[in-house]
Design a protein around this ligand. Sequence first.
Ligand SMILES: [Zn+2]
Length: 119
Amino acid sequence: MVPGYTKTNAFESLYFPYTHSLLMGVVWGVVVGGIYWLFKRDNRGALVIALCVLSHWLFDLIVHTADLLLTPFSDYKVGLGLWNHVAITLIIEFAIFFSGTSIYATFTKAKNKVGNWML
Ligand SMILES: [Zn+2]
C-alpha cells in the first residue's frame, strides 16, 4: 500500500506473475474452461468461461499502471493507467459493473427471491 500511488487507489502491485500475466490469464482460462467442460461437455460454455477468465487481464490492462507482465518469465510490463483519472475511472467502472450485472440478469434466471436479492 502506497498512499497516492494512483489517484484512485494505493495499490502498488510489485509481483503477481501467476495471477496477473497475460500468459497465465490464458492458462487460467483454459484450466477453468476445461474444468467446466469436463463436467458439462459444453464447448460453447467452456469457451465463454475461458474468455471471461482471460477478460480479467484485459480489463486490468486498462486500469492498472504499467505493472502487468506479459509472461511470468519476462520483465516487460504494461498498463494503460486509467486509475490515474478519477472521473473516467468511475464512469468506466460503473459502466462495466452495470453491463455485467445486466448481462447476468438477462441470461440467468433466479430460482427464488433470495437469488434476486443476492444479485
Ligand atoms: Zn486483477
